[in-house]
Write a protein that binds this ligand. Structure first.
Ligand SMILES: *Cc1c(COP(=O)(O)O)cnc(C)c1O
Length: 456
């Protein structure tokens, strides 16, 4: 089959659903009400921000919340409100959006970049332990792609060492860990409403927390150092105006009523995608089907099960896997690069961390188990009508962070992920789950035509 990149017929020509989804009637009504009221700002007495904050805190299982202009500022405000600042180190995962680290810089503290678990790609407690110094003040677990970080070991570690825990829940509205909502598991949790996120007002953010004094402090950071209930022009501490508008809150408040249905939809798509990847008759370069060989073929699937599917048996060390192009061939002889995947599927879904009870499915992360020329893969998938995201470079590779004093620990798992992991975007997960086969078909077609990376 000729690749669409080379003039062939694309696997899919229909567009994927747009993000954000169209306004619903409740959003339209509330936004109109707010616009016509003239109460657009959060200090004019309108109720949308207050209601949004209360609803989010309730959903997060905690009493308090503060709405902010975006999650970068929210992470900053949470750290500052919790007393983290100059001279302090904050441990962040190596596989995350850059804002996790730049928020630490904004607070005047030093980001320390620690590796992720090689299987689920969430912050590794062992790596955190190894990165501790006498200056460590906080840990920032990220609920990556909508699945919760394994919080119990991280919280236990933080308690042992007297550290603050700020959850970066920017991607995980509605996710739960052992039945408990993310955001309410640490000292503070921060959601994002930026345009790409599972709930959006174009921009926006929200901090939730359990402790009253923490709430007062964070509120003050976000409100120019005022004291709640105190004088308007009294500023006992230093703070800034970081507030969300009523107009943004009016877009978000009604969204909470459909969030769970949207998560369920994306979950169905992800389950269908995992089944499609398993059922796909993968063909190696020489055209012989693989995946059901004597070594067990498509072992370990179970969509959304949180099971570390087959990877624990085969993953070896992530650093081995990171050096793409030298991965031992499984199906053929030791130097057989034409049959790179006899024992397992060439593509698998990155499993959820232990303890996941609800994954909000912000992104579906896929790991490629064969050496690929990533640029070719990504371009070819776009041409097939099934665009994938390249995902994050490891934070430790950003020179700009290093120039600001960020320290990177060894991060072989994040480096491997940067080579092997690609993402299916949230908007695509909102499509009809029956179309998840397009993903498997396009990947199969492109991987079969993939030039060996060694020659790329
Ligand atoms: C989007 C995102 C942020 C930043 O959120 P903004 O609202 O854009 O500032 C922080 N961390 C993670 C993991 C994100 O995905």
């Amino acid at each position: 089959m000729t690749l669409a990149l080379h003039g062939g017929t694309p696997v899919r020509s229909a567009p994927w659903p747009a993000w954000p989804p169209p306004l619903d009637a409740a959003q339209r009504a509330l936004v109109t009400e707010v616009l016509e009221s003239g109460l657009w700002g959060a200090t004019q007495g309108g109720s949308a921000v207050t209601d949004l904050v209360a609803a989010f805190a309730r959903r997060s299982g905690v009493p308090y919340g503060v709405a902010v202009g975006n999650a970068t500022l929210g992470l900053f405000a949470a750290l500052r409100g919790l007393g983290v600042g100059r001279g302090d180190e904050v441990i962040v995962p190596a596989y995350t959006f850059v804002a996790s680290a730049t928020a630490v810089l904004l607070a005047g503290a030093t980001p320390v970049i620690a590796d992720v678990n090689p299987v689920d790609l969430h912050l590794s407690p062992e790596a955190v332990e190894a990165a501790l110094t006498s200056r460590t003040a906080a840990i920032m677990p990220v609920h990556l792609a909508g699945s919760p970080a394994d919080m119990d070991p991280l919280n236990a570690l933080a308690a042992r060492h007297g550290l603050v825990v700020v959850e970066d829940a920017a991607q995980a509205h509605g996710a739960t860990y052992k039945g408990r909502p993310v955001g309410g598991l640490g000292d503070a949790g921060v959601y994002s409403f930026q345009a790409s996120k599972a709930m959006t007002a174009g921009e926006g953010g929200l901090i939730v927390c359990r402790d009253e004094a923490t709430y007062e402090a964070i509120w003050s950071v976000c409100n120019l150092g005022r004291k709640r209930g105190g004088q308007w022009y009294g500023h006992p501490t230093i703070g800034w105006n970081l507030r969300l508008t009523e107009i943004q809150a009016a877009l978000l408040l009604p969204w909470l009523d459909r969030l769970d249905a949207e998560i369920d939809h994306r979950e169905s798509f992800c389950t269908a995608a995992e089944h499609a990847l398993t059922a796909q008759p993968w063909k190696p370069h020489d055209g012989e089907p693989v995946g059901a060989g004597p070594a067990g073929g498509s072992e370990g699937t179970g969509a959304g099960s949180g099971v570390r599917d087959g990877e624990s048996a085969d993953v070896g060390s992530a650093s081995d896997r990171g050096s793409v192009g030298v991965r031992p061939a499984c199906g053929g002889g030791p130097s057989d690069v034409r049959l790179p995947y006899g024992r397992e599927l060439p593509v698998s879904v990155v499993p959820q961390p232990p303890g996941t009870t609800r994954d909000s499915r912000h992104l579906l992360m896929l790991r490629l188990h064969m050496p690929v020329d990533r640029e070719f893969l990504l371009a070819a998938m776009v041409a097939e009508g099934v665009p994938l995201d390249a995902g994050y470079p490891p934070l430790g590779t950003f020179a700009a962070l290093a120039r600001e004093g960020a320290r990177a620990e060894p991060c072989p798992a994040a480096e491997a992920a940067a080579q092997e992991v690609v993402w299916v975007r949230q908007s695509m997960l909102m499509d009809d789950p029956r179309h998840a086969v397009h993903l498997a078909e396009a990947l199969s077609k492109v991987l079969a035509a993939m030039p060996p990376r060694a020659q790329a």
